[in-house]
Unconditional design. Sequence first.
Length: 274
Amino acid sequence: MAAKRRPGAPRARAAAVPLPQGKQRAEAASRSRLVPSRRSLAIGLAIVAAAGAAYAVARESSLFAVRTIDVAGAPPLLQAQVRTALAPVLGTSLLALDGSAVVRRVEALPAVLSAGYDRSFPHGLRIVVVPEKPIAVLRRGPDSWLVSARGRIVSTLPRGGDPALPRIWVPTATQVTVGGFLDSTHGGTAARSLALVATRFPARIAIASFANRELSFRFRSGLELRLGDPTDVRLKLAIARRALYELPPGATYLDVSVPRRPVAGADPQVSTRG
């Protein structure tokens, strides 16, 4: 049974929590301002569509077509080769240009080590080239080629061309292709090692050789430097450079194939491995 109210007792009042209606209305109005109207959405979509259509038209039209190719970092002859290789790119829109394909075309040239590109709007294409570094002349019988520090065949040479560069001799049966790379046995190891030797003995190497897994270099003075197997080349060269100042009179070879036991003498048949 419900409890009866005692006479004279105050009437109980229901507890009520007032709702912050003003604050709710303000938050709702703020949110409505953040939500774009249908008209704004329609205008935005129209702008995006127009921009996409303009890009598509520019990509397919001659508005930004390649008309000039500027080549930097290369001598005039190589610049001409780069422009010839990129002739098919002329007329292509800069917006539709395949940059990777452009770089591949340029780096396929035998005299190019690496390349980069930049779009020069409205009609220019700029190519930056790093040429291969010539390190030696490859000789195969009467034929000659220019070889890079990576062992790449850069170009053919007339007999006697570039007399200041060291010579690398290979058997007459060796396959040589301009733009190709020499294998390690037939000239490749000698060419790559020359890049290290030339910095320590500049303008002093006449012949580089790698035969029977023995790496050797003949100086213009006639002295033969023997490095043995092509390992620890930097260490062997450092030892050889110091040992050159202590060679006995009439020495015709210096053998550092065993770095801790360099040997010098006048008999070319004697070595630490003999």
